[in-house]
Design a protein around this ligand. Structure first.
Ligand code: HEM
Length: 449
């Protein structure tokens, strides 16, 4: 068997006590730097302190970033019982619900995850491609020559619609609109849930807590209405949307999901799945529009009915512009990582964005070169925009399918040009990395069908 030292480069037998080096600057300064220029700041710390470094941040406390793929593999594949991911999301529990796969840890997390996974695997996701194409076609249909679009906004509308149809199974326009209004009014306030509890208290109609509570009640009423309708549908057994599949799912003891569990997971998929994918798409277009050779090759290969380059564009976009900069695990017991015996309570951040910029894995890593993924797929622990292990993103295949189908539709039917001279800077929006201006473009031509 390969020894731990050979596999990871660190001698795990003689782990040093204490915390790895990192900037000595106060948490306020570290946080301000990270908020202003997240990607450059992280990359700067990586250059200076190496593959494992400690950062003190406001709100998040002390955390250790890991940028070594071997160490990340050990973390994601070793015993997970003392690694928690749900507790960092606890502030979102009032919105997502206490059954949400995102906020649970341990056996409860695994139960929800096992129920949720089947509708998001292989053939199930393939069946969503038609829905995605229809939604993308309808979006481009509405574009006119000379229009100025902010792509992240357009993509957000589109990915919301995909979730409504593929996940909730709702297609009627009026019901989609009702859900859109009610759910987005909640999701758009979710960042406020990270505020200290007293500020979130419900102190009446006009207080922040009061507004949140009212919006949540309205959104919940609609979700429970959809669940009840679906239970009554005569064709429930034939339907392929995620909600219908979840209604038919049974856990190991043969138990179905309760309405409260269904509500919590629907809200979770919406919260985790629509803005992330929309941001990934906006980044993809920003990169493609600024790399005309890559765009031309993409069009040529799609004309020749090959999807290889399209898939490589999606993979390369998520490498160069990961939407989530790092996964997060809280240590519930001391653990040796990258040669350090880290104490319980520390948050460990497998540094997605840092691994993706390693020159030893990706020569000229700062450049957009989809070709690098043509000779073979990405390696699991060198390419991790969807995290890994037992917390790996449940919607990864759906997100990839969405990105591929939307890019296909847009580049086949529309000519766009960037409205700004320079690439959109990467900033922090909530917990995601996003383009500061949302990728504004002008529509130069639209091919009607
Ligand atoms: C480009 C789009 C997306 C990106 C970049 C993304 C990224 C991620 C990441 C980094 C995690 C954490 C993984 C970890 O801790 O190891 C995650 C978790 C998750 N994602 Fe996604 N995601 C995307 C789209 C989606 C979609 C479309 C859905 C569902 C419709 C979804 C549902 C989830 C859920 C439910 C989890 C929690 C899994 C668990 O804790 O077991 N995501 N995602």
């Amino acid at each position: 068997m390969e020894s731990a030292t050979a596999a990871t480069g660190y001698d795990t037998g003689v782990a040093r006590a204490g915390l790895p080096p990192g900037p000595r600057t106060p948490a306020t300064l570290n946080t301000a730097r990270f908020l202003r220029r997240p990607l450059q700041t992280l990359l700067g710390w990586h250059r200076r302190y190496g593959d494992v470094f400690t950062i003190r941040m406001l709100a998040f406390g002390t955390g250790v970033y890991v940028a070594d793929p071997g160490e990340i593999r050990r973390l994601f594949t070793g015993d997970q019982s003392d690694l928690h991911a749900g507790e960092a999301n606890a502030p979102l529990a009032p919105i997502l619900g206490r059954n949400s796969v995102l906020v649970l840890d341990g056996p409860e997390h695994l139960r929800q995850r096992r129920l949720l996974l089947p509708p998001f695997q292989g053939s199930a996701v393939e069946s969503f491609r038609t829905v995605i194409r229809e939604v993308a076609e309808a979006e481009v249909e509405g574009w006119r020559c000379g229009d100025e679009l902010v792509l992240r906004e357009r993509m957000r509308a589109l990915t919301f619609e995909v979730i409504c149809r593929a996940v909730f199974g709702v297609t009627e326009r009026e019901r989609v609109e009702r859900l859109r209004t009610a759910l987005l009014r909640v999701i758009d306030l979710s960042a406020l849930f990270f505020l200290p509890a007293p500020l979130r208290r419900d102190l009446g109609r006009l207080s922040l807590g009061g507004v949140l509570a009212r919006r949540l009640r309205a959104a919940d009423a609609l979700i429970y209405e959809e669940i009840a309708r679906r239970r009554r549908e005569a064709d429930l057994d034939q339907r392929t949307d995620v909600l219908s599949l979840l209604l038919r799912a049974r856990d190991e003891d043969g138990k179905p999901m309760s309405d409260a569990e269904l509500r919590d997971e629907l809200m979770t998929m919406l919260a985790a799945g629509h803005e992330t994918t929309a941001t990934g798409l906006a980044f993809a277009f920003d990169l493609l529009l600024r790399h005309p050779r890559a765009l031309a090759r993409l069009r040529a290969e799609l004309d020749a009915e090959s999807d290889d380059y399209l898939d490589a564009v999606v993979t390369e976009t998520l490498r160069l512009r990961p939407v989530i900069d790092a996964a997060e695990r809280t240590l519930k017991a001391p653990r040796a990582i990258a040669g350090w015996e880290l104490p319980a309570g520390i948050r460990v951040y497998p540094g997605i964005a840092l691994v993706h910029r390693r020159e030893d894995l990706y020569p000229q890593a700062a450049e957009f070169r989809p070709e690098r993924f043509l000779d073979g797929g990405a390696e699991s622990y060198s390419w991790l925009p969807f995290g890994g292990g037992i917390r790996r993103c449940i919607g990864a295949a759906l997100a990839r399918a969405e990105m591929a189908e939307v890019i296909r539709t847009v580049v086949s039917r529309a000519e766009l040009s960037p409205a700004r001279r320079d690439p959109d800077p990467v900033v922090l929006r909530g917990i995601t990395l996003a383009p500061r201006h949302g990728v504004p473009v002008t529509v130069d031509a639209v091919r009607q069908r």
